[in-house]
Design a binder for this molecule. Sequence first.
Ligand code: GLV
Ligand code: GLV
Length: 355
Amino acid sequence: GKYRVVSTKPMPGTRWINLLIEQDCRLEICTQKKTILSVEDIISLIGDKCDGVIGQLTEDWGEKLFSALSRAGGKAFSNMAVGYNNVDVNAANKYGVAVGNTPGVLTETTAELAASLSLSAARRIVEADEFMRAGLYDGWLPHLFVGNLLKGQTVGVIGAGRIGSAYARMMVEGFKMNLIYYDLYQATRLEKFVTAYGQFLKANGEQPVTWKRASTMEEVLREADVISLHPVLDKTTYHLVNKERLAMMKKEAILINCSRGPVIDEVALVEHLKATPMFRVGLDVFEDEPYMKPGLAEMKNAIVVPHIASASKWTREGMATLAALNVLGKIKGYPIWSDPNRVEPFLNENAPPPA
Ligand code: GLV
Ligand code: GLV
């Protein structure tokens, strides 16, 4: 192979490997046991000559790594993730390294996990499972594990981009929930969908579903019964859900986070969970991954899973393939990937293209 490409982790499937090898690349896949590689580990992987790197969201892609990659002749980096809060895009631009992410292929998979957590929280599935396994079930009772009926309740979506919109659609159509959302951009297609579905229900003699675009995030927090967070993580969304905002939510609300951990002030969340036993949360991401803030693991009203929202076979193979195509496209000079900044800074599919 003419080009040296490094992947900091083995990734699912073989398509991404074949794509690179068939196109003159010598691929090196790091198989170090350590789950999270340090900047130093990656600098040594990059070495003296490296044309492109496929990296992971657990890695700190900043000044040090992009300068090392640039010194090694590298022109391309792809995160195997849609989120790129671990990537300093300005530093990449400074060193002439193109940056890619892997949107699209994980939209439905991630939305499905958010929906799973919503249902699991509403119906207390994890608590009930633990109860069963502990041998505590001694017969049906009218009040045993009573939860929330989603039908007719309101789902709140903060960040109605690809994933947020897909989740909203699932909850509205699947469970006949009303929608309230907050986003800087209008989610026109989503609004049209809910309107059409509402008309369909009405024509069938059922209560129609409704939608509302909130003018503030607080409006969503106050009105929704289930709230799912789908913003990008940046300075403006750090601790978006803090003590004050938790206090605005209904006492029996359900909060779901499949975006990035720091969007929630996790210490404040643990306090809120303790003080508000009927409030429930479903978390896929944490503020200091892989750690949880003290007390969270003991809370019965919390469901916690290890950042698996995009973890379906189809999606992970798709992400690996897209990451390989990002790097390959830049190396080979294919026009579609030659944009020096193929990340998508917009939350919403209706947003104008980057200037
Ligand atoms: C996963 O968290 C991703 O951003 O793809
Ligand atoms: C519950 O199992 C019922 O039959 O109502």
